[in-house]
Design a protein around this ligand. Sequence first.
Ligand code: AMP
Length: 293
Amino acid sequence: MEVIRGIRQMQEKALTVRAAGRSIALVPTMGFLHEGHLELMRVGRRLCDVLVISIFVNPTQFGPSEDFDQYPRDEEGDLQKARDVGVDLVFIPTAREMYPEGFQSVVHVERVTQGLCGTSRPGHFDGVTTVVAKLFNIVGPDVAVFGQKDYQQLTAISRMVTDLNMPVKIVGVPTVREPDGLAMSSRNKYLDQEERASALSLKKSLDLAERMLAEGETDAGVVRQAVESLILEHPHTRIDYVTLCDPVSLEEVTRLGEETLLALAVHVGRTRLIDNRVIRKGTPGPPEDEGAS
Ligand code: AMP
């Protein structure tokens, strides 16, 4: 496995790979890799000849009062995990080279970045789409793999690629969870024991909404209120948003249709967690005790 830190070196390497007729899969990450990231890599590994991952804690997608400085980092551990999963090349650029003095360009996706996380994290998605566009230009992947855990991010990136005719196929991978259902996240490391228990309220509330829909409830306001109550029953929780929206446009709905995205952001202690699920009419909801497993 090769580690490349320079942008020019990465571009040259990618050119050589493509000149040899080999396809490239890219998995962009911010490091502190967990099983969710590794699943994305396994998917990329299957789809292309050469698997590239990037590790870059991108400063421009963090707000001024967010956790950029505290964001967990473990390059050595990450490299070991990447090696074990069959990564060919790890690209680890520096912020100085990614954003040199004079940098002033932004890729901005309009409507799908407005609600949900876009409301509470202004500028976040500009940071995401801009860095992903840069990574695409540097690595030139045939396929790029992203997690559905960051549903709005995946939507914004897909929109950008379509709108700007970027020659890359975007693949979304279902959320990987801990055995009890908590969505894996590098930020779970911040949770103490009590908060870890309360963090399960996100997954439980997705189950609850799915059950309510299965039992015939289609009023988004009623479902949202039940979800909010369930979350707030758990100590240390503060709701950022609970939104029921169209899974494509991400526009809020008042009635649950054939497919509805339930997206959540909840502060548990000092940690902000997100989760989501597309809930569908006509599918049986999960059993009530599932959350306890
Ligand atoms: P991050 O390092 O948090 O920027 O995440 C890098 C990529 O991993 C993104 O495409 C995320 O959506 C994806 N990802 C993060 N957590 C999970 C998870 N639990 N399951 C699947 N994909 C994930």
